[in-house]
Ligand binder design. Structure first.
Ligand code: FMN
Length: 456
């Protein structure tokens, strides 16, 4: 139970490389900070939601520093960057991964997941939350870049081994999630609170503390087979799922409107703690939902097996309340779920049962890459990215439409399938609720106990 001595801290240096400044300011805006007015005590609000507010991921940044490609590991809590490797080793790892560092002051931001942080609270389901959370963060980096007038590009389909070795990811129980290329641009001032220190000499670094619990958790994850599509070199801007948008309000706003307004939407988004049960306008929900069609530049195929279903259950326009398949626009004959049924289908998260609308993201089970998968199948990381980034778009759309929103990971798939008439073999990967927010209480989901999955 005794702790080993702490290793000496290397001297802090200022952040000099323009690409690193740019990446840090984008991380601040896209992931780490929030201006939402929150009554959340010691909890530090961020630009993206996370199951249980555990944020099970971190970042590395690769940039040119003094003319040499350099890799930094980013500590987002302490606001420090550790220089890990410089020169030929970095170039070799990038070549093997078919990635590159922009020469002109841009940056490559690598998102790494640390599943243990979520799995220690949520067990195996924490691995799904890890992918969804990382999808929110990586997707929002693209949106924050677009808000600055820059087109970032996200890569998910590349060989990971060499980069993982360079960043010491596997040995520290981290997985490489994605790499986002950020073109050069103005860095603002947000990087000024950060410092750099040198950790290129591995011997001076001392050993990292790690619990056997995390190692055991990591071994359980590593035993799951990884199925990957073939590497793709091109990033194409496309919506992450197909949505028929002809039900949008004819005179209302559509989508997220002008990207110059996105930084404000990002900085002020938050998760509702409860819903009052007051109906919201159907137009406002459709406005929020139309944000899902926002194109993002990724290397994933333009068509995906992922579909969305919207349940409008208590809006101010009852004749529009129905279950909608958003891929086709089709209105389903299902009756609408009662408040009690919503509570049960959300694992008795009673405070949220007054939601006016529910968005479900689902795929046929054979579309999850594996032994007997269908053509066009995607792995859990890719589907999780699509769901997380779509979830982020819905948060921003709801913020713009002035509707409360919260993601929920705690939901009963078979019950939602029955309530919405989805086929037996569809797997629901993510659910989000919309409604009139009541933010007076506490967010149960942030407590140590996993209330959202029946822990009592
Ligand atoms: C994948 C995921 C699952 C979530 N599941 C739940 C949930 O089941 N119940 C809930 O109340 N909130 C849930 N949340 C919302 C988080 O509790 C919330 O993001 C976190 O407390 C941080 O608060 P903020 O989003 O307002 O910054 C979830 C968020 C994500 C991204």
């Amino acid at each position: 139970m005794a702790l080993p001595a702490a290793a000496p801290e290397p001297a802090a240096e200022p952040v000099v490389a323009p690409g690193l400044r740019l990446a840090l300011s984008l991380l601040e805006e896209g992931v780490l900070t929030s201006r939402a007015n929150r009554s959340c005590g010691s909890y530090v609000a961020r630009a993206v939601p996370s199951a249980g507010a555990v944020y099970p991921y971190e970042f590395a940044v690769l940039v040119m520093e003094n003319g040499a490609p350099t890799a930094f590991r980013i500590d987002t809590d302490r606001r420090t960057c550790a220089r890990l490797a410089v020169g030929a080793r970095v170039t070799a790892a990038l070549d093997d991964s078919v990635l590159g560092v922009p020469e002109d002051g841009g940056a490559l931001v690598v998102t790494l997941t640390r599943p243990w942080l979520s799995m220690r609270k949520y067990g195996d389901r924490g691995y799904l939350y890890t992918q969804l959370d990382a999808g929110h963060a990586a997707g929002n980096l693209l949106l924050a870049a677009a808000g600055r007038g820059a087109t970032g590009a996200l890569r998910l389909r590349f060989p990971r081994e060499s980069l993982s070795e360079l960043l010491e990811a596997g040995e520290n129980c981290r997985e490489i999630h994605s790499a986002t290329l950020v073109p050069a641009g103005a860095a603002g001032e947000a990087w000024t609170r950060w410092t750099v220190h040198d950790e290129t000499d591995q011997e001076l670094r001392g050993s990292t503390w790690r619990s056997w619990l995390e190692t055991t958790c990591w071994d359980s994850v590593a035993a799951w087979p990884e199925h990957s599509g073939s590497p793709s070199l091109h990033s194409v801007p496309a919506p992450l799922t197909r949505i028929r948008t002809d039900r949008r309000p004819s005179d209302g706003q559509h989508g997220l409107c002008d990207p110059s307004g996105w930084p404000e939407l990002i900085a002020t988004r938050s998760s509702s703690k409860a819903f009052t049960g007051e109906p919201v306008a159907a137009d406002a929900v459709w406005q929020a939902v139309s944000a899902l069609s926002t194109p993002l530049a990724t290397d994933l195929p333009e068509t995906s097996p992922l579909s969305a279903t919207l349940v409008l259950r208590s809006t101010t326009d009852p004749e529009r309340d129905a279950v909608y398949r958003l891929r086709t626009g089709e209105r389903q004959p299902e009756r609408l779920p009662s408040t009690d049924e919503v509570a049960r289908a959300c694992m008795q998260q009673r405070a949220l049962a007054g939601a006016s609308a529910v968005l479900l993201l689902h795929v046929p089970r054979t579309s999850l890459a594996g032994a007997d998968s269908a053509a066009g199948a995607e792995n859990l990381r890719e589907l999780g990215f699509r769901c997380g980034a779509l979830g982020q778009l819905l948060y921003l759309g709801a913020n713009g439409a002035k509707v409360g929103v919260t993601a929920i990971g705690g939901f009963d798939t078979p019950l939602w399938r029955t309530l919405t008439g989805l086929p037996e073999d569809d797997e629901i990967l993510y659910a989000l609720l919309l409604g009139s927010p009541d933010d007076s209480g506490i967010k149960f989901d942030r407590l140590a106990m996993a209330h959202a999955q029946n822990e009592r």
